[in-house]
Design a protein around this ligand. Sequence first.
Ligand code: ADP
Length: 270
Amino acid sequence: MTTEDMSQYPLRLEGDNIPMVRFANVRKSYGSLTVLDHLNLDIDMGEMVTIIGPSGSGKTTVLRMLMTLETINGGVIYVDGEPLTHMEKNGVLVPANAAHIRRIRSKIGMCFQHFNLFPHMTALQNCMEGPVQVLGMSKKEAQERSLELLDMVGMADKAGQYPSRLSGGQQQRVAIARALAMRPKVMLFDEVTSALDPEVIGEVTNVIRKLVDAHSLTMLMVTHQMGFARDISDRVCFFHSGAIAEQGSPVELFGAPKNERTQQFLNAVL
Ligand code: ADP
């Protein structure tokens, strides 16, 4: 593998309109399988971007790289102007150490398909855990804030319940409140409605819609629910074979897709 010239990447992004997230030339492979090939993608502050595309096209890998659950094989990811995957050493970018990654990653919250709530804690305790343990917030403040967030997702009356007593949709709403309790600047949603029964999908999509309206959060979402993507996204990116084949506003992408692969995909799923 050739060594990449890191001097082509700025040490940090500067200016008035820097993106909240930037993938600059990002490559990811597993052995000989290239999963993402020179991905370039900027997400503006407060923007809601949805990734759609066939299974295996690299959508989840994009989120996993942002959560630093995967290392990258080339390029740089920036969050809020600072490199996430790299850090400065003697004026050049070198791979980031664990402390640097922890600091930048704290700006990112994620909700997964499987809600991963702590089963031995109530909904309220689930939301308070991170702020108290990681952010060092007082229990009183964490409780007040968690109750506000549970109220926002319509779960205030279930604050004392354990996850096993909640429906899938209710658990997912608690998981969203728990992620928000860490005060992220960027929220990632990975197929958050896929594991839910059809009748409760609306609960979760309404909560996300409310978040989009009420907060200036930057959001990146992977979904196979095209109606939802169309309703709430500022921009939709269609992934194919590890690259963005087409992107645009929901009206452009769903209404008049230009790329043949996008047309084929939408014909098959709509
Ligand atoms: P999508 O979310 O679009 O379905 P993924 O990002 O999950 O796609 O996967 C992209 C490709 O990477 C697929 O071909 C998948 O098989 C492969 N892949 C994902 N994770 C791994 C892994 N840990 N090891 C090897 N291959 C993987």
